[in-house]
Design a protein. Structure first.
Length: 566
């Protein structure tokens, strides 16, 4: 983002020029904006269309995009030719869903520069959000206008908007899908206070979302002041100051006064229709630490001030670092992409980056001062191993820094899968807990674990790379038995492994044994013998019939009941 702000130099110089040269013909002035469109075939792609405006009808020479994910670009145009047939459009593919802060900077023929930033949500398919804007009535401080701000990933419209105003008087409004107006509601509170207001939006197709904010009703204005400081890329004694106003009732600044700490101060008046940045450019006479203050007066009279100590033009200092970027699925694991991570206290750019890959094959890459891309380099090793990789960065201005890291270059992926049965907490023999036992030679984690329980009720569980727990699943069987249970593990990077094992569920199948012993008796007849059967059954079932073969042709069988305990 620091690089992107460097593009704003012309904009702020243009603001100063507007105050000095106020005659006719009017000096150049310009604006920038953009629209966002979706790509039907790819929910992570967005179509950005820049919307230029120039008071003297000058056309863009260059449009730079900051997409908020570190992958930025600048596109040059011929201002003497008509605009492209599809407008000043660019398509950007995001790597993952999220909320991205996107900026466009338009450099027009003649030097006028304008920029615009906005938050762009990139969500999964068939998703929706709900939000709302609050406006205060100018005639009644207890009245509020609530304007719903719907969003649907497939651009489906709301069919019902319900408002919870936080005071027990709620309402729902139904809309036709052909409705094109605002989804607004007007509500008058009986007394001042802080109310938790919620909007619930149901979209055509069934997606539903809700959002809540605390809304202050009927309280006096409150405000704060702050500012952001951006160093000039061309002069270390120059600074850009951007005021950061805040007002409890969203009223705008009408005057911003700057105390730069060197005795050269200024005040700038603004109209309530102004929508640009509250920015100023200041050039200091010498390096030092200055106490800079911003004082903001808002429409309605609320005033606030804030001060910071600002360091101007410190001596150059710099650092160097590097990182190994992830390998694409199916790519050669011996082919590595490294990215240099430069840092310079005065935001000077790398002039030369030299790489020592640790295998005797080194290289240096030179860059222009206008380069805005990433500092990456690709290298293919001949064999896996642990390599001491070093980066040396020489910056414009002469500052130089060096950093080394040990990098593991992996062997091709190999993996296996196994599982174990772990104790059941509640003791039910038909409830089973299974734990997958993954293994990957490059320590890549499971992306998906699928279970086949052998009873026709199977499941798959997806995991993220950030997951650190155990890969456990619970399953309930309808009846005991021996089931062939299988686990299939798909690892990040594409390696996949499978393992099956027969597992006994519930009571095991009956098994038994028989034995006997001769026992002593008090009989005086030496030919009378007493025998005792010694039964055993794995499920503790009792004997039903015991047959004796005495060896003398006089055999017998005895039946017993299940209640017999002798």
């Amino acid at each position: 983002m620091r690089k992107f702000y460097g593009l704003l130099t012309g904009l702020f110089l243009g603001l100063v020029g507007l105050q000095v040269n106020a005659g006719t013909p009017p000096p150049d002035s310009c604006h920038a904006s953009f629209t966002v469109g979706s790509v039907a075939s790819n929910p992570l792609a967005r179509i950005f269309t820049a919307i230029p405006w120039h008071n003297n009808q000058r056309r863009p020479e260059q449009i730079c995009w900051h997409f908020g994910d570190g992958h930025d670009t600048c596109i040059n145009y011929n201002p003497n030719e008509p605009p492209p047939p599809n407008g000043y459009t660019v398509i950007h593919q995001y790597g993952q869903p999220g909320n991205y802060y996107v900026c466009v900077a338009i450099h027009y023929q003649g030097g006028c520069l304008a920029y615009h930033c906005d938050s762009v949500p990139v969500l999964n398919p068939v998703s929706c959000t709900a939000n709302f804007q609050t406006l205060t009535s100018t005639s009644n401080p207890l009245a509020k206008y609530f304007i719903a701000q719907p969003w649907h990933s497939q651009n489906k419209k709301p069919i019902r908007v319900c408002w919870i105003f936080g005071d027990g008087h709620d309402t729902c409004i139904n809309y036709a899908t052909s409705y094109t107006g605002t989804y607004a509601a007007y509500h008058v509170y009986s007394q001042a206070g802080n109310y938790n207001v919620c909007v619930n939006i149901r979209y055509d197709g069934g997606c539903e979302a809700q959002n809540c904010h605390n809304v202050l009703v009927g309280q006096p204005d409150s405000c704060t002041a702050n500012f952001e400081t951006i160093a000039s890329t061309s002069n270390p004694l120059a600074k850009y100051f951007i005021a950061q106003p805040w007002h409890s009732n969203n009223k705008k600044p009408i005057r911003v006064c700057w105390i730069f700490g060197d005795g050269h101060d200024t005040c700038i008046n603004y109209s309530t229709t102004y929508t640009g940045p509250y920015a100023v450019f200041h050039l200091y006479g010498q390096p030092g630490t200055y106490n800079v203050c911003v004082h903001i007066r808002y429409d309605g009279g609320c005033e606030a001030q804030n001060c910071h100590n600002i360091l101007v033009s410190p001596p150059d200092s710099c650092q160097a670092d590097l990182e190994k970027l992830p390998i694409a699925p199916g790519a050669n694991p011996l082919s590595v992409v490294y990215r240099a991570l430069p840092w310079h206290n005065n935001n000077k750019k790398p002039q030369r980056i030299c790489w020592n890959f640790g295998d005797g094959h080194d290289t240096c890459v030179y860059y222009l001062n206008v380069y805005n891309g990433q500092y990456t380099v690709a290298h293919t090793y001949s064999q896996p191993g642990l390599y001491n990789v070093c980066v040396n960065i020489l910056y414009f201005g002469g500052c130089e820094a060096h950093k080394c890291r040990n990098i593991q270059v992996s062997t091709p992926d190999s993996c296996s899968a196994d599982f174990e049965r772990i104790p059941t907490p509640n003791g039910n023999p038909l409830n089973v807990y299974l734990r997958a036992l993954p293994w990957h030679n490059n320590n890549k984690k499971p992306q998906r674990v699928c279970w086949n329980f052998g009873d026709g009720h199977d499941t798959c569980i997806n995991y993220t790379t950030a997951y650190t727990g155990q890969y456990v699943v619970a399953h309930h069987y309808q009846q005991p038995g021996t089931y062939n249970i299988c686990v299939n593990i798909l690892y990040f990077g594409g390696c996949e492994a499978h393992k099956c094992r027969a597992v006994q569920i519930g009571t095991p199948p009956d098994s038994c044994s028989a034995d006997f012993e001769r026992i002593a008796s008090n009989t005086t007849n030496p030919l009378r013998v007493y025998f005792r059967a010694l039964p055993w059954h794995n499920n503790n079932k009792k004997p039903q019939t015991i047959c004796w073969h005495f060896g003398d042709g006089h055999d017998t069988c005895i039946n017993y009941t299940t209640t017999y305990t002798g």
